[in-house]
Design a protein around this ligand. Structure first.
Ligand SMILES: [Zn+2]
Length: 329
C-alpha cells in the first residue's frame, strides 16, 4: 500500500512542476478574442409515435415571481427558488410547439410576437431554423388568448401565417374579444384585451378564425381538453399516437420550481385562482399517473418532460433527455 502511495505521488510532483513552467511561459500580449454571445437556434425535436414534434423558443424574459405569486409569500418563493439555485427574477421561457402530423403542420400557440418587446418575437426565426416556414403551417391551436401565446400571430405589423386556420376555444374568444369583460379583471390583465384583439383581427378579416366548443373533435390524434381557471377558456391539447402521449398544457404551470413542489401556488395572471389551482392539481396528478410527456409554455426550454410524484401533493419535473436522434418517450 505504502509503495502505491509513493508511486502515485510522482506524477503529481511532475504535474506541479509543469504547471509552474506553464505559468512562466504565458505570452505577455493580452488575449484579444471577443466573446461571441448568443445561443444555439431555439428548437428541439422529438417524436410522439409517428408525429414529429418541434419545441420552439420565442424568447425569454425575467419573470417577476416575487410580485405575481399568490398563496406564497415572497420569502417562501425566494427560498424555493434558492433550492433550485435560481434568483427571484429568474429567466422565464416563452415556448411554442410545432407538430407535423402526417404532413399536416400544426402549431400550438405562437409566442409573444412584439407584445413583450425585445424579449419575444423569436418564433419565426426558430421555425426557419427548424427547417419550416410559417407559410407551411396549416393550423394554429391557441391554448388561451394571453399576449405571450397569441401575440405571435402578428410580427412587425404583418400576419405571420399566410394560410393557417386559427383555432380558438369559443369561451376564450367570447371573453377576450369582448371589451365589456375588461372591467371584471385586475389591472395586470386589462391591457391584454386591446393587445390580443389587434393580433386576432387580421385573421378574422380574412375569415381564418375558427372557434370550437368544449369536447369538439379537431384533428385526429390531437384532443382538446378544457382546463379553465388561468383564463375562462384555457384549453390543453393531448397528442397521441402509437401508445404515446404528450400533453401541451399551456399555462398550467408558470413557475416550475415553485408550483411542482406546491401546486397550490397561483399567479396574479390567473383569471380565477381557485379554478386555476384545481385545474393544475388535476392535470399534474393525471400526467404523473399516466406518465404522459408534458410540454409547457413557460418551463425551461424546451419545456418538455415527465412529472414524478414525490409526496401527497408534491411533484417534481423530470426534463426529457436530450437526443440527436428519434426519441421514443
Ligand atoms: Zn397565460
Amino acid at each position: 500500500m505504502r509503495s502505491l502511495i509513493l508511486f502515485a505521488a510522482a506524477p503529481l510532483a511532475l504535474a506541479l512542476a509543469s504547471h509552474a513552467m506553464a505559468q512562466q511561459t504565458l505570452p505577455s500580449a493580452a488575449p484579444s478574442t471577443a466573446q461571441v454571445g448568443g445561443q444555439a437556434p431555439g428548437y428541439f425535436r422529438f417524436f410522439v409515435g409517428r408525429f414529429e414534434v418541434t419545441a420552439l423558443l420565442d424568447g425569454t424574459h425575467p419573470f417577476p415571481s416575487d410580485k405575481v405569486a399568490v398563496g406564497a409569500t415572497e420569502d417562501q418563493v425566494a427560498a424555493t427558488l434558492k433550492d433550485d439555485f435560481l434568483p427571484l427574477r429568474y429567466e422565464g421561457m416563452i415556448n411554442a410547439f410545432l407538430v407535423n402530423m402526417d404532413g399536416r403542420l400544426v402549431l400550438i400557440d405562437t409566442g409573444a410576437g412584439n407584445l413583450y418587446g425585445k424579449d419575444g418575437g423569436g418564433l419565426k426565426r426558430a421555425i426557419a431554423a427548424a427547417g419550416y416556414t410559417p407559410d407551411q403551417v396549416d393550423d394554429v391551436f391557441i391554448t388561451h388568448l394571453h399576449e405571450d401565446h397569441a401575440g405571435g400571430l402578428v410580427l412587425d405589423g404583418q400576419p405571420v401565417f399566410s394560410k393557417a386556420i386559427i383555432h380558438i376555444p369559443r369561451k376564450e374568444a367570447d371573453f377576450w374579444l369582448d371589451n365589456r369583460n375588461q372591467a371584471t379583471v385586475n389591472d395586470l390583465l386589462k391591457p391584454f384585451f386591446p393587445a390580443v384583439q389587434k393580433v386576432v383581427l387580421p385573421y378574422q378579416q380574412s375569415g381564418r378564425v375558427k372557434l370550437f366548443d368544449e369536447g369538439a373533435a379537431l384533428v385526429p390524434g390531437l384532443t382538446p381538453i378544457a382546463a379553465p381557471g388561468h383564463t375562462p377558456g384555457h384549453t390543453v391539447y393531448l397528442l397521441q399516437d402509437g401508445g404515446q402521449s404528450l400533453l401541451f398544457w399551456g399555462d398550467t404551470v408558470h413557475m416550475a420550481p415553485v408550483q411542482f413542489p406546491d401546486p397550490n401556488v397561483a399567479i396574479r395572471y390567473d383569471w380565477n385562482v381557485p379554478m386555476a389551482v384545481a385545474a393544475r392539481e388535476k392535470l399534474i396528478a393525471q400526467a404523473a399517473s399516466e406518465k404522459w410527456l408534458v410540454a409547457g409554455a413557460h418551463i425551461s426550454f424546451p419545456g418538455v418532460g415527465h412529472i414524478r410524484r414525490t409526496g401527497a401533493d408534491r411533484f417534481e419535473w423530470v426534463p426529457l433527455n436530450y437526443t440527436l436522434n428519434r426519441t421514443q418517450p
